[in-house]
Design a protein around this ligand. Sequence first.
Ligand code: PGA
Length: 247
Amino acid sequence: MRKIIIANWKMNLSITKSLEFVKKVKKTKHMVGIAAPYTFLCEMKKALAHKKIQLAAQDVARFAEGAYTGEVSAKMLKKLNCTYCLVGHSERRVYFAETDENVNEKIKQLLAQGIKPVLCIGEKASERNKKLTKKVLNKQLKKALQGVKNIDKVIIAYEPIWAISTFQKGKQKKSASLDDIMEVHKYIKNVLEKMSKSKGSKIKVLYGGSVKPSNSQEILSLKEVDGALVGGASLKVSSFNAILQSI
Ligand code: PGA
């Protein structure tokens, strides 16, 4: 099955390094996207013009246009040929106090411009320890997708916060177990089907959280997993290619 693999470069690399990276990405049958920092998007658009790699942004403004210093609108991202845009990444929720309500507004802005939102959801370690994972995810999904009409155009990325390398500083980076991933993805798909009977089953659910060449094959072979959002291991083209070629 064709999977969706999106690199999340976060605030890393440079324009020069990103263009070199693009030249070296290996061909694959899978859908590949790169979520680059805003300032790379213009050059990346040109570099990707003849490649089967989709451009993605890492965030978007929750407003359409106007006096919002420092913000970038969905319309601006559309002009740069962004196919996808991440929303609600846990780093934005934790470091920039982003709420489910903000995420909902951003999703609507993106859909109005025909950009596919990649809605990131996931529980903290403390919530997981209290067995609150499903409750947290349910709330995040319901609030972020409230009043969203083209729900089938949204992609979900399940990223347990405790498994993302950013939040594992100093510890050995570990991803969730295959059983955890399978169970949670099934649950998410179930919630989506209930929320939108006709369209819910079409929604793709990616996994993210320390996906790397040594575990990508087993994670991406799960039928419940429609792809991956890859952070740290997407910064070197050799490891990103190894992930693409592992499936
Ligand atoms: P990671 O990041 O692969 O470095 O854990 C994933 C993400 O934050 O999207």
